[in-house]
Each structure stands twice: as structure tokens, then as C-alpha cells.
Ligand binder design. Sequence first.
Ligand code: ACM
Length: 265
Amino acid sequence: MRYRVSVLQYEPKFLKQDENLETVQKMLAGLQTDLVVLPELALSGYVFVEMDEVMQIAESVPDGKCFNTLRQIAIDNDFSIVYGFAERAGDLVYNSSALLNPDGSYHVYRKTHLYYREKLFFEPGDTGFAVHPAKGDVKIGMMICFDWQFPESARTLAMRGAQIICHPSNLVLPWCQQAMITRSLENRVFTITSNRIGTEINKDQQQTFTGAAQILGTKGEILARMETTGVGVETREIDPSLALDKSVSSMNGVFADRRPDFYQR
Ligand code: ACM
């Protein structure tokens, strides 16, 4: 099966949801793909210092404005979208991502491992790592940015049948892009890390984001990697069924040979 996957990289403007949505709409216009991944907090920016700022941009599902705009784009263009957003659920806010499918179905993941000052504003995710069908019934899993640091995130998604791990990110540490090569290889899955670029400054807080958004193959091949400051879309054609092959040799498999009795829980 040939399947086109795309990754976006750009610089969201802090709290400018409408402007960021317009940027994303332009990038998605005419895109020939089956699945496209956007960054973490793709339409809001990242460096919050007040809860009020988070509340300005947080959206509930399924009635949020950006959620609905992107959902309609997925339907109109016949591709699946994964994007990160601040999700309001009653009084609580999660750092979430949504899978939006061309048939109108959707699924939400809430970030499990919060990074640094995210802990001041977001609840730790309570969805766990679930696998969902994207366009073409390809099985995808979602994890968000710092989830990469914990191999259990990708391992759980892969063991539950994910063929492609979609990884919306706002990366600030220098190691993730290389580490994801191992995540792909050790689980024999495709991974798509969408990252943002730029330096965001808010009062006494500042973060610089590392770009280098990438699409990796099931043996850790770098199928696409953007520049650290590049803006744009990269698309690659893959065969998702390769992720069903977990063999390392005729006598070894990455899951079949696991020895959980000897592992620390
Ligand atoms: C991060 O998890 N956004 C670094």
C-alpha cells in the first residue's frame, strides 16, 4: 500500500490563533497527502506565564473553532490531520493532540509526560496511549513532544498496533530527533515528528525551538528531515504495512523476544 505522509514546520505566533490558523490553512491548501502532522500547541504558541493566557486559547472538543476548521479541512481534502492544542475540559486544561479524519471521526490524546513549566498550566494526561484508525484504516498512535524521553510511550503504542506514531512537538532539548531514530527502529514503526521553530519570549520566560521536523522509516531511516530554521511541508510516500513486520532475523522479533519477567515495572 502506498501512503503519503506529511510533516509541517513553522513558527506559530504567541496567542494569535486566527493568524496561525491562516498560516496553517495556506500550508495545507492543495496538499496531496493521506496524513499530515502539525506541531504541539500548533495554533497558540508555547511560552505561557499566566493561566489567563492558556484560558484565552484553550478549546473544548468538539465545539472549538480551530478544531472545527481543521476538521472541515480534513473532510474537504480527504486527508487525516494530527495537531496539538490546549484542550479545555470543564475547569481543567490538557496539552492534547487530535486526530481528525476525512470521514469526520476524531480522537484526542492528552500528553502523558508534561515538560518543565507545562506542569504549571496543564493537567497530566489521562487518556493513556491508544491506537486509532486514520485514513485508509492505517493504525496510528499519538504522543506529544517530551513523551519521547520515555521509551514506554512509543513501545506501548507499537505493541498496541500503531504503524505510524504521530508526534506533534515544540522541542527545546537537542536530543529528540536522534532519539526518535531508536524509537522507530526498536519498535519497527514509522514516526513523524512535527516541530516548530523560532524563539518565543514572554516576560521573564524564553524558549528556542529546534525545528528539524522529520519522517522516519521502520528501521530508523531518515526519510525527511527539515532544517533547524526551515518553514514548510515535507511529504513522503511510505508503505505502512512494513510496520507489521517485527522480525530482526528469522529467529528474532522485537516483540516476540521480549522477556518481561526480567524487566522492572
Ligand atoms: C516539550 O515537551 N514541549 C519540550
